[in-house]
Design a protein around this ligand. Structure first.
Ligand code: HPA
Length: 244
């Protein structure tokens, strides 16, 4: 029999995904992994938690690195290369995002079926859109996550532009990691936690995003358990990078 597949799960801002794990074997800080920089943004602890969930080996990456910290593509996506080196071949990325549909509520979960890239990317490829390999079930919404550079939240004009493009949610992470994961041949899926509705004018703070994401973590863990249980790794075979 083949050894059980290792699934990696990246926790977005404020999301606490420990409850996904039935057992924890080891924790390792980014700083203790050669080639990785420590995470410096509030809500991002910067460590890998190795354990088991639903009978599978699961590595939760708590915290991530972002372009808006002034990092280049290689540095920001280096944790994904580490997850691949640890044996993960399937990766589920989670993030905090602003909802672009009027009915989206803080705490809702959106299964990402498309990643779009705002044309500000300073990486070697400039894909406009990145394909995903599977779409998680049991979320409230399904749609396109539009990646923007950040760190400022969007102006009213930018939100209007993103809505006119037909995007469903907006956030500042995930796209560089997906590109790296696909370069490494990993299978990729993503879930956004909607922390605010961009259609309602508000002065958005990182604190608000962190608090809303923390409150949605327990439900997100349940949804992620379903994904791990149903064996995302038996889906479409892994392939190289695709930029549509
Ligand atoms: N915009 C960008 N990133 C975000 C948002 C938002 O409205 N909410 C959470 N992360």
């Amino acid at each position: 029999m083949n050894p059980p597949e290792t699934v990696a799960v990246i926790a977005g801002s404020g999301l606490d995904l420990r409850a996904l794990l039935d057992e924890i074997d080891e924790e390792r800080a980014f700083a203790d992994v050669p080639g990785l920089r420590d995470a410096r943004i509030a809500g991002h602890t910067g460590k890998f938690i190795f354990g088991r969930s639903e009978g599978a080996r699961v590595i939760v990456q708590s915290g991530r690195l972002h372009f808006y910290e002034g990092l280049d593509y290689e540095t920001a996506s280096a944790p994904v290369a580490a997850l691949h080196a640890f044996g993960a071949r399937t990766i589920l990325l989670t993030n905090a995002a602003g909802g672009l549909l009027p009915n989206m509520r803080p705490g809702d979960l959106m299964a990402v079926d498309e990643i779009r890239c705002w044309p500000c990317a300073r990486w070697r490829e400039r894909p406009e859109s990145l394909a995903l390999d599977f779409v998680p079930e049991k979320c409230d919404w399904r749609g396109a996550y539009h990646w923007v550079h950040g760190p400022c939240y969007e102006t009213r004009a930018e939100i209007a532009a993103l809505r006119a493009l037909g995007s469903t949610a907006v956030g500042m992470s995930t796209a560089p990691e997906i590109l790296r994961a696909r370069e490494l041949g990993m299978r990729v899926g993503a879930i956004s936690c909607i922390t605010n509705n961009c259609c309602t004018p508000q002065v958005l703070t990182h604190d608000h995003v962190l608090r809303t994401a923390a409150a949605a973590s327990a439900r997100l863990c349940e949804v992620l358990r379903g994904v791990v249980r149903n064996g995302v790794h038996h889906g479409r075979p892994a392939s190289g990078a695709t930029a549509r």
